[in-house]
Design a protein around this ligand. Sequence first.
Ligand SMILES: Nc1ncnc2c1ncn2[C@@H]1O[C@H](COP(=O)(O)OP(=O)(O)OP(=O)(O)O)[C@@H](O)[C@H]1O
Ligand SMILES: [Mg+2]
Length: 355
Amino acid sequence: MYFPFFTNAVNAVVYIIMRIAFVFNVRHTKPSLDADAQAEAEFDEPETIVAIHDAIVANGYECIDIEADENAYGKLQTAKGKVDLVFNIAEGLRGEIREAHIPAMLEMLGIAYTHSGALAEAITLDKALTKKIWSYHGLPTPKFVELGFKEKLYVEGLTFPVIVKPNAEGSSKGVFNDNLVEEPSELIKKIRHLRKNYGDGVIVEEFLPGREFTVTILGNTNPYILPIVEQNFDVFPPHLVKFASYEAKWFFEDTLPDPRVAYTCPAKISETLEKLIGELCIKAYTVLNCRDIARVDLRLDAKGKPSLLEINTLPGMMPGENVVSYYPVAARAAGWDFNRMVGQIITHARERIGI
Ligand SMILES: Nc1ncnc2c1ncn2[C@@H]1O[C@H](COP(=O)(O)OP(=O)(O)OP(=O)(O)O)[C@@H](O)[C@H]1O
Ligand SMILES: [Mg+2]
């Protein structure tokens, strides 16, 4: 987008290109079962960074890249006054509110940015806290017990099977194939294991046996959804339980000759269910004050009713039609190319901020 204004001398139109700082965490190690490699699982691959940078430029903006490393604050301070907007996809280096670090720095510096604000980024990283807010608003989410790092290992009131997850991780980190627990006697061992490896606390949640969907929501005053994606667990080999475990995401889907068989978009569902899921996801997004874009993961319960699992305020955007990345999958089904996908987030941020 260009801002036209007129010079006095020649009355000619001069265009000033809007400048965007693109802030990200780049992956240096490919995810594996190794702890260091898992630490970077949420970060973006170098190809994704290049593709987003190019898309920002293709949308008519100047783009400067800023890696959100430990020197990020100084770099953003230098960028202040030189950029009109930050396109923020930084996952954060560490800590329980890591996704809120860059937004908080930008607020301190007074620089406008895309995606959700610091508060929503912090809350949505905490699965239990997010579910408490949804429950307050009457939105369905499976029953759960939250175990802080120092709390006693004591779980009651849940119907088995349950799934055990780190409370504040993404990209299926710590959600392993054997985290589905059928027997109460198995639970403590599993919780201990996760606690040892992921210090942020553990959530034990009733397992939803039904179909799984992921839904991208965009916009602010009138949020809307893109075509619904359904995960296709039928293609899983017998040793993988039918949920998006770390093993399934990082070792199985990647090895499929055509990973597109791992999902269906638009999901083949009735109009009634589609409407129900759409309304639910928009409410899930709105009550948390999410901005510009987010992606909700949900499943059907034993009665076929949709129930919310979590919301991702920094949804991945991998280029390439042969990779499983759900915002791009949904965007392609809507007829958007990669440039439009990136541009749409910027457009919503600009409308919201008024620039
Ligand atoms: N209560 C549940 N019932 C059934 N399956 C579940 C449940 N919770 C998690 N799962 C499965 O585990 C997957 C990963 O869980 P979740 O989405 O909570 O973790 P994540 O690591 O934050 O995911 P993402 O990769 O989307 O960031 C889900 O996509 C789903 O397949
Ligand atoms: Mg998820």
